[in-house]
Write a protein that binds this ligand. Structure first.
Ligand SMILES: Cc1cc2nc3c(=O)[nH]c(=O)nc-3n(C[C@H](O)[C@H](O)[C@H](O)COP(=O)(O)O)c2cc1C
Length: 377
């Protein structure tokens, strides 16, 4: 049984996560490059009391890719802008550990965390090896990606502890800006990364950004057990999501952490209506955008809002879904979910009616992680 309330996040994919969604009459064809589009979505999701806006990413493209990936904004840039037009919703960017530089990522994410007053999250993925060619890393191979990821995250976490929470006095009378004994270089030496530190930014009100991860392999699970606070799970199969989640939580406990502070996050692309017939109409609208002869498969969460809310309650109840991560196919998908399903989840008492906190950690019921050097004192 799940003792905590359900959390809900939204993957916002510009013109959509398919080849054809952009052709829907209600989809602005420039959505992936429109900050107004993202701002309107984020505000609406905040009205729905969602925990977070989540941006997936891609690091190498070719002409056959989905339109969204062909021409899109970089995630942290979008989220910085969204932080100024929202106040409670979490802001999560995907940045692959296979390509970027850990000092830069630590700095970007810590900045976003402070700019948003403690609402940032980082989805640390390996991504697939294709991107190595864009980041001058052709000498590396697929087998390098997970060992590199582990080092990358150790560096980022270490840099986020560069300053203890009371390091800065900023006392104009005495002239003391910093207490230097509370500044900590890292001197990390690994196979892939060599980073002295410290990072030139102090911690945010939530301590540090929330770390999410996505993957499926054994190597993935071991690193996630040590470093992730939430994991994306393919939600096509309830049984799989539950078993994968249980296995991850088992490893989290072996790694010396509490499984209560670890979120299993199945992704879903529901189609809902007031009635099942209305949902079917929406499915057909999407189907008509496909090339002739193609059928649109029914998503797992499909039908009347009551049916969909009941299924979500079940998934949450059996422990297969701590956080429902929505990725919508239909342009009105988030509106429908917020108008029709959210009130039912609230009536069932499994989803909030008001934000509990102003930080992402607070709303996700994840603990503040104290600075490692303060703990040692
Ligand atoms: C649910 C899920 C979401 C993912 N999202 C992304 C993404 O947004 N961008 C990306 O480049 N790779 C994404 N990946 C791919 C992973 O980063 C990784 O490359 C892939 O899962 C291979 O690792 P594995 O063998 O551990 O599964 C995702 C994987 C999963 C399972």
């Amino acid at each position: 049984m799940n003792r905590k309330k359900l959390k809900i996040g939204a993957i916002v994919d510009g013109v959509g996560w398919s080849h054809t969604a952009w052709r829907h009459p209600n989809m602005p064809s420039n959505a992936s490059e429109s900050i107004d589009f993202y701002a309107a979505k984020a505000r609406r999701l905040e009205e729905g009391k969602f925990d977070m806006v989540f941006l997936a990413d891609v690091s190498h493209i070719g002409p056959g890719m989905i339109p969204h990936y062909l021409s899109m904004f970089e995630g942290v840039s979008i989220l910085s802008a969204l932080s100024m037009v929202t106040s409670h919703i979490g802001l999560v960017a995907t940045i692959a550990t296979s390509y970027a530089d850990p000092f830069t990522v630590a700095r970007q994410m810590a900045s976003l965390d402070k700019i948003s007053n403690g609402r940032a999250g980082w989805n640390a993925i390996t991504s697939n090896p294709g991107g190595l060619a864009n980041y001058s890393r052709r000498h590396l191979h697929k087998s390098d990606l997970y060992p590199m990821k582990e080092e990358f995250i150790e560096v980022v976490e270490g840099l986020w502890d560069s300053y203890e929470d009371d390091a800065f006095m900023r006392d104009k009378k005495t002239g003391s800006f910093l207490n230097p004994s509370k500044m900590h270089p890292l001197y990390y030496r690994g196979k892939y990364f060599s980073v002295d530190g410290p990072l030139n930014i102090s911690r945010s009100v939530q301590g540090r950004p929330v770390i999410f991860q996505a993957g499926t392999s054994n190597e993935f699970m071991d690193i996630a057990a040590k470093h992730a606070e939430g994991v994306l799970v393919n939600g096509d199969d309830l049984h799989y999501a539950k078993q994968f989640g249980l296995e991850l939580k088992r490893r989290v406990v072996i790694a010396g952490r509490s499984a209560d502070n670890f979120l299993i996050m199945p992704t879903q692309n529901p189609i809902v209506g007031r009635t099942e017939a209305e949902a079917r109409e929406k499915l057909q609208e999407l189907e008509r955008l496909l090339p002739p002869g193609y059928r649109m498969p029914k998503p797992l969460l499909f039908g009347s809002a009551e049916d969909v809310a009941d299924q979500i309650e079940h998934w949450h109840g059996v422990g297969a879904m701590d956080l429902l991560l929505l990725r919508m196919e239909h342009p009105s998908g988030f509106d429908d979910f917020i108008d029709l399903v959210v009130p039912l989840l609230q009536k069932k008492g499994i989803f909030r009616t008001e934000y509990e906190a102003s930080t992402l950690r607070g709303n996700l019921e994840l603990p503040y992680i104290p600075n490692r050097y303060s703990v040692e004192r």
